[in-house]
Every structure is written in C-alpha cells, then in structure tokens.
Design a protein around this ligand. Structure first.
Ligand code: PLP
Length: 379
C-alpha cells in the first residue's frame, strides 16, 4: 500500500552484522540479539524474522516478550527490565527469562509455585550491580540472595549478568575493566554459595567488539546488529587497540514523499515562529513527516534530507506532521517524489550519527524514536 512515510529494512543486513560481530567472539559464545523498544525503532517483528542466526532475544518488558511469543518465536527470550509481581506467572508460563534483583520477586515465585499456578519453571538471571548504579545486587548481598534463589520453589538459576556504564563514550577502558573485576568476584561468590548458572552475559556491542574477556558464554548485543557503532569513541578505541573491526551495515532507510512544491518570493517566512526567512526566490517542498513520527524538532533549520541524490536543507521548524525543505537547487522535482530522511540516495548518505549530532543526541535515540506506527518494509 502506498504510504507517505515509511522505513525500509535491508533484508540481509541484520544477520550479516550479527555474524560480523560473532567473528570476533570467543568460539562457542551464544548470541543474544537485543530487540527491545521495537528493535531500536527498526520493527521487532521484521528484525526478529531477519535474524536466523540469533540464539536468544532480549527485550525490556513483559509485554514485549509476550509480543515476540505472539510472532511465533520459540527461541529463549530474556526480559531485561522489571516484571510486576502481579504478572510473574505470565512471564514464567511463557518461558520468558527473568532478570532478578529483588527478594520480593523470589518470594512471589515461591508462593505462585506453592499455589500450583506455575506451568513452567522460573528461569532466573541474577543481575549484578558492578558500578552502573542501575539494576542489580551488590557483592555483599550475593551469599544471601543466592541462598534465596536456591530455596525458591520451581526455579532454575540459569544466568548471571551485568551491564557496563562507561564503555561506549570513552576511549579509556579503566572503569569497564573495574566493573569486569567486580563481576568476576561475583561469579566466584555465586559458585562458593552453591549457584551454578550456565548462561553468563555482560557484553553489549562496545564490550563485544573491544573486550573479548567480557564475552563469557553469551553476547548481549543491540546497536551493532542494526549496523550502527555505539559511538565514535568505540570505533576509535577499536582502531587504536587493533581490535577486530566488524563490517557493520546500517539496516534502516527512512523515507517520505513530497506533498507540495511551490516557489516563495524573497523575504518570505517558513514555518511556526517565522524562524526562517527566504533570502532569495526559493522553491520549497513540503514533507508529510514531523516530530510525531520521530523526526526530532531539533532538526528544524539544521538538518538536511536527500532528494534525488542531493542534499536539501530543512528550513523553518519541524512541525508535528510536516517539514519544509529548500529544493531550489534540485532540478525536475515532482509531486510525490521520494525523499530520504535517513540513509543513502545516490552518492550521498545521512547517517544516524549525523542526524544525532544535528539533534544533540545519540544514534540510539534517533532510530529508537522512529514512530512504531510507520510501515517497516523489508527490501
Ligand atoms: C541491559 C542491556 N544489555 C544490552 C544492551 C545492548 O547494548 P548495545 O545496544 O550497546 O549493544 C542494552 C542496551 O541498552 C542494555 O540495556
């Protein structure tokens, strides 16, 4: 069906990226593809269907996990976020792995089991707080917590994880190494207290690329499978340290169509707030995309789009559903011609990193905020 704004996904790119990252991994390491938040805005249904080599999937919420099950995904699914106590039975009965760091969660699992409400064992992944100041238990809580897990009915202590705080945005790996040391102490403590989890996972994309010692038994990778580097610093660190450099291919192109073309005289205002005034006779095109679609308002008077392989500047403010561009220098433009907001056109490319710089954010946010209501077209 004809759409005015849509996202195209390169059919081969996600699995290619996964395999590229795995090439640098320890032999036998499993690959958990992080597809939370609608697969970082790419489309969870489509991306999971394009990742045949993924061993596991990870999402944030219970509802996202149930959604993957509704797509017919039978592979292990790990919930990275918190599951409300009142819905633990739904997670467990759908074999969704739980990230656990509260006694209350264990107590509720025990009571559900005693009431005969669990049809499957609870598969628990203990999260260790190693310095991100987010989810997880501290080292000195480990003995009692492991004991509590082992005494929770109908429970399998399957995994242990942590997450690095300062691995993407720096070329200094000191803090990540410090967190890794704490995690290793945690593993020893878990084993000393009778735990024997087999799925050990800490490596996000930056860790997976830069530090093989973080791989353990499974990588837990997000941004890299979408063909994006976590940051310039990660790329630079990989270059400087001589790490293996995966050949990452961006998966997503974001497109729209021209819905009006007109020529305004010199001295005309464009958009809300009259923040742009033409300095010459200016041919403008109106695009049916705006901040409601995830096209950031900060892109007004700043970004470019690609029209027939040429850059055209965004002029005036980005509206909720409309954006105006200057196409004075684009020849032969017609109504409903395609415009690339993000991706390639001819020899030009607008990357998520460039758009993030324009909008004052990171590539993760640029792609994740593309509206889930837009069609994802596999090409
Ligand atoms: C707990 C956890 N693990 C893994 C990831 C994946 O990180 P990346 O996208 O940098 O690979 C994230 C991303 O936010 C996360 O929150």
């Amino acid at each position: 069906m004809d759409k005015l704004v849509w996202v195209e996904l390169d059919r081969n790119a996600p699995d290619h990226n996964l395999k590229e990252i795995l090439k640098g991994a320890k032999k036998g390491a499993r690959f958990c593809a992080v597809v939370k938040s609608n697969a970082y805005g790419h489309g969870a249904r489509e991306i999971t269907s394009l990742l045949p080599s993924a061993d596991w999937f990870a999402v944030n919420s219970l509802d996202e996990g149930l959604e993957l099950r509704s797509f017919g995904i039978k592979k292990p699914v790990l919930l990275l976020g918190y599951v409300p106590l009142s819905r633990l039975d739904e997670a467990i009965n759908n074999e969704l792995r739980l990230t656990v760091y509260n006694y209350e969660t264990l107590e509720r699992i025990d009571s559900l089991s005693k009431k005969g409400l669990l049809k499957k064992p609870a598969l628990i992944h203990l999260k260790i707080e190693t310095g991100t100041g987010r989810q997880g238990i501290l080292l000195d809580e480990i003995p009692d917590f492991v004991n509590a897990i082992l005494n929770t009915e109908n429970t399998i202590f399957e995994g242990v994880s942590t997450h690095y705080a300062n691995i993407e945005d720096t070329i200094n790996s000191e803090y990540a190494r410090h967190q890794l040391q704490i995690f290793k102490k945690a593993l020893a403590l878990i084993r000393d207290n009778g735990g024997n989890p087999e799925v050990i996972h800490t490596a996000c994309t930056a860790a997976a690329i830069l530090f093989p010692q973080t791989h353990f038994s499974m990588l837990r990778v997000g941004i890299g499978i979408y063909g994006l580097w976590p940051s310039r610093e990660t790329y630079l660190s990989a270059l400087l340290s001589g790490s293996y450099l995966p050949d990452l291919k961006p998966v997503l192109t974001w497109k729209t169509k021209v819905v009006q073309i007109k020529t305004l005289p010199e001295g005309s205002y464009v958009g809300y707030g009259c923040t742009y005034k033409t300095t010459r006779k200016t041919k403008i095109a109106v695009l049916p995309v705006g901040y409601a679609d995830g096209y950031d308002r900060a892109l007004g008077n700043t970004a470019h789009v690609l029209v027939k392989g040429r850059r055209a500047p965004v002029i005036g403010r980005v509206c909720m559903n409309l954006t105006m561009i200057d196409v004075t220098d684009v020849p032969d433009l017609k109504l409903e011609d395609e415009v690339v907001l993000l991706g390639k056109s001819g020899n030009e490319q607008i990357t998520a990193e460039q758009m993030a710089n324009w909008a004052g954010t990171i590539n993760y946010e640029i792609v994740t905020r593309i509206s889930p209501f837009l069609e994802r077209r596999i090409v």
